[in-house]
Design a protein around this ligand. Sequence first.
Ligand SMILES: *[C@@H]1O[C@H](CO)[C@@H](O)[C@H](O)[C@H]1NC(C)=O
Ligand SMILES: *[C@@H]1O[C@H](CO)[C@@H](O)[C@H](O)[C@H]1NC(C)=O
Ligand SMILES: *[C@@H]1O[C@H](CO)[C@@H](O)[C@H](O)[C@H]1NC(C)=O
Ligand SMILES: *[C@@H]1O[C@H](CO)[C@@H](O)[C@H](O)[C@H]1NC(C)=O
Ligand SMILES: *[C@@H]1O[C@H](CO)[C@@H](O)[C@H](O)[C@H]1NC(C)=O
Ligand SMILES: *[C@@H]1O[C@H](CO)[C@@H](O)[C@H](O)[C@H]1NC(C)=O
Length: 927
Amino acid sequence: MARWNTQAILAASLASAAFSQQNVLDLSTIDWTLSNSNFNISVPAQLPSQAHLDLYAAQVIGNPIYGLNDFNLRWIANSNWTYTSAPLVGFTNSSSTWLLFNGLDTFTSIELCGEHVASTNNQFRQYYFEVSSILSSCAGSPVLSINFGSATQIANAIAAEPGQETWPFGVEGLFEFPNRQFIRKEQSDFGWDWGPAFAPAGPWQPAYLIQLGSADIHVRNSLVDIYRLGQLNNLPPDQTQNWVLNASFDCIGNLPPHASLNYRLADSKNFTILNGSLENITSSSSTITGNVIVPKGAVDLWWPTGMGSQTLYQLALELVDNSKNTLAIVNKRVGFRTIVLNEGVITQEQLDQGIAPGNNWHFEINGHEFYAKGSNFIPPDAFWPTVTETRIRQLFDSVVAGNQNMLRVWSSGAYSPDFIYDLADEMGILLWSEFEFGDALYPVNQEFLDNVREEVNYQVRRVNHHPSLAYWAGGNELENLELYLVELAAPSQLDRYVAEYEKLFLNTIVPVLFGNSRSISYSPSSTSNGYLQLNFSLPIPIVERYQNLTPGSIYGETDHYNYDSSLAFDYSSYPIGRFANEFGYHSMPSLQSWRQAVALSDLHFNSSVIQLRNHHYPSGGLNTTNYDNSSKGMGEMTMAALRWYPVPNKRDSIANFSAWCHTTQIFQADFYSSQIQYYRRGSGMRERQLGSLYWQLEDIWQAPTWAGIEYDGRWKVLHYIAKDIYQPVIISAFLNASTHDFEVYVTSDLWSSVTGSVNMTWYDWSGNRLNISTPTSTTVTVGALNTTRVLKTNTNEILSEYDLADVMLVMDVSVQGQLPNSNTTQPFTHKNWFHAAPLSQAHLVDPGLELDYSKTSSKFTVKATKGVAAWVWLDYPTGAVLNFDANSFWLLPGEEREVGFTVKSDTTNGKWISGVTVESLWDNTQP
Ligand SMILES: *[C@@H]1O[C@H](CO)[C@@H](O)[C@H](O)[C@H]1NC(C)=O
Ligand SMILES: *[C@@H]1O[C@H](CO)[C@@H](O)[C@H](O)[C@H]1NC(C)=O
Ligand SMILES: *[C@@H]1O[C@H](CO)[C@@H](O)[C@H](O)[C@H]1NC(C)=O
Ligand SMILES: *[C@@H]1O[C@H](CO)[C@@H](O)[C@H](O)[C@H]1NC(C)=O
Ligand SMILES: *[C@@H]1O[C@H](CO)[C@@H](O)[C@H](O)[C@H]1NC(C)=O
Ligand SMILES: *[C@@H]1O[C@H](CO)[C@@H](O)[C@H](O)[C@H]1NC(C)=O
């Protein structure tokens, strides 16, 4: 059924006059058919959609992410798929008609009424085509048909073109399908080490048919940029300046001469704060831009979660002609904040604080340094049309509950839809965003660069108004990995490939980005050593540092992957830098997740289905010392588990499989926690380390991956441990693996100093106190974003009389302090554990765990009655998704802990509660 809307009714109106005769047909409201004649398939379809989704809905195929369908469904990726509309009816007389596509994935040939309209080749661009003449000569009701070519085949054909660009072997990070770098499509659609390769095709974003009267304007995209007067990209602005609000419309239809823009800024209750006309209007036939000063006192600041409130404003923008007739209205929700990536030279003042020379690499919100705590967000589904606001809200609730304030929206997925930024705006989650390039070098022919320029212009303008937008990076692992691989494989060609890299990531992207936005910072690569120079009198203001390093100085970001698990807890193997943007190790998902994805008979560690869902195997590109090429994936997990924890020894094979999966999760969480504590402590060390974003937040399917949250939303051990270790004030033990120097630090990321006390008590595994000669309590003061050592000793000395397998330390800190932008003093506490020997060797005892549930308080109580309980784990059955307030904690004998929970979804009608179990590491060893 066709549903025509006049835009005048849709828009929340600024002026009352009906201003437009235009008709907008939302193409999601009509019937569609998906077909492929070779396979004789024709099924009902949706828009937005992708072929796999419609084939699954029509039961032509099973669930794409079940079992080995990742491999079995390759025929879909290798075929053309045609989306055909029902006849379009209800046209009115109009002077022009347009097709507007917000996203086509990826290669299309579009026909209307049997006539070719256009071809497209970029998943990330908005496309619009005038079809007036086709319609005027169309007999009967026109049919729209979109033929999607096979991206895998077309990528291969482009790669094989004569004269096509090539790179040294290994530079292309190759997962399942080759040649992804030649096409502008989600790069992980061709496979990645954490996901399947479906290379889907389809109209993945909304599309419209638009009919305009002769004076009508349709706004297809718009930009709002809010910055401090005088602000320049990548530079901390003067926080005492007023705001500039710059707005711009991209229009379909002809903008009349002397058109102008009115604005109204209102608070969340819709009280007008300011209104009037934008000044300094410039316009072309399709774009109009203007700006206005917003006095700094008129608005409140927007802050990330944990640092203040997320104040948002409604901005209505009205396009008027010179007789003051309204031509269009756009509403955008905005916030006032500055967020800058400071890569500036370490100042004398910083040197005086003990910070190592070199350059900064950290974020500043509204002029304040802060510690960025978070993780990397990958595409939440292999099929974006299934990603709903409900799913992302549930995920982001876990982000905020997990004490995370920043996500790196990893490049090589897709640009996030506006609703994801909207949720982040509301919840205070900073989104480090990236252009969609990664783990490859890219062609630089004119056509490719022009295509990227359009993509960047559209995406930057679409999302720039969101206060959660924290930063743009050019792509993933380009300088630290890709150029390094060139240097290894073909050093004589390095200059050429660096020049090409700069042509795309500096010369092409920077003018478009900085031309649209003064409010955002940019760096061409995650990870990098930052810039060497930032100079706005140069045509391209950013000059990259690359390997131009001075010994003793510290620069840039780090990533860290080391699959030699013997080094996992040896902090001398961790990188020292200003910011950790990626680090990790994979683990198995829970038994509950595996049950969703594989048959019962495959539920054992080395079943071929489970092994084939591990995509962390050697690939052409990753052949460096950091990326061990030997026994990948499964072996790394089992070796790490065996090395550091007791071997699961359950008689029941499924229970044993589950215990193994769980042990790999404990190793993962333990390793990340060790690194996060090291990086956070670095805030008070020479490196002035101000961020750790681990790899990765969430899963795209049920498989061995680096995720902390499983595909259905269930938290792995990692997400609980990250929540604990991302609290504002933490206490941490550091054992030097070679000297056995042993130190305890209290680290705080609050913005003012905190004072309180620390207890440190040694025990054996039965919970008997040991008389080890270290102070049992002390006072502590920690400065803003700093760390304080509360113990320094050496375990060779203090533990010489003990069997290390019998010794553990409990550390408690309790301080008084204030959250950023809060006047309320409140307590901050943290508890942590150190064991002198690996848990695989420790003399664990039966802790005698007891579990109770109170209906009145809706809380569980866990108690250890006999011995120390390590890694206490509350588990719950399938059918519900929830998270406990805390999990994988430790208990001393006699200690009990109340644990509440937050239910995300429940199909068991509350019955999951009676299925909750509790175990600790000791229980793994019991049949
Ligand atoms: C497959 O799709 C591409 C892109 O739409 C088109 O160019 C090509 O002609 C199609 N091939 C067939 C056999 O339909
Ligand atoms: C906000 O106020 C304006 C001006 O009074 C009004 O036109 C508009 O409908 C209001 N919007 C909402 C969502 O109430
Ligand atoms: C608009 O232009 C005038 C004159 O060039 C300038 O003084 C003013 O600062 C501009 N306004 C803004 C908001 O940039
Ligand atoms: C951290 O605290 C120490 C000890 O008070 C102080 O010397 C140092 O300058 C502080 N570092 C920063 C960056 O403020
Ligand atoms: C990978 O590493 C091995 C051993 O270091 C080496 O022999 C081989 O040539 C490398 N392969 C590639 C593709 O670089
Ligand atoms: C340290 O122990 C004392 C005595 O048991 C207790 O009163 C205090 O609350 C503890 N402090 C912390 C930080 O746990």
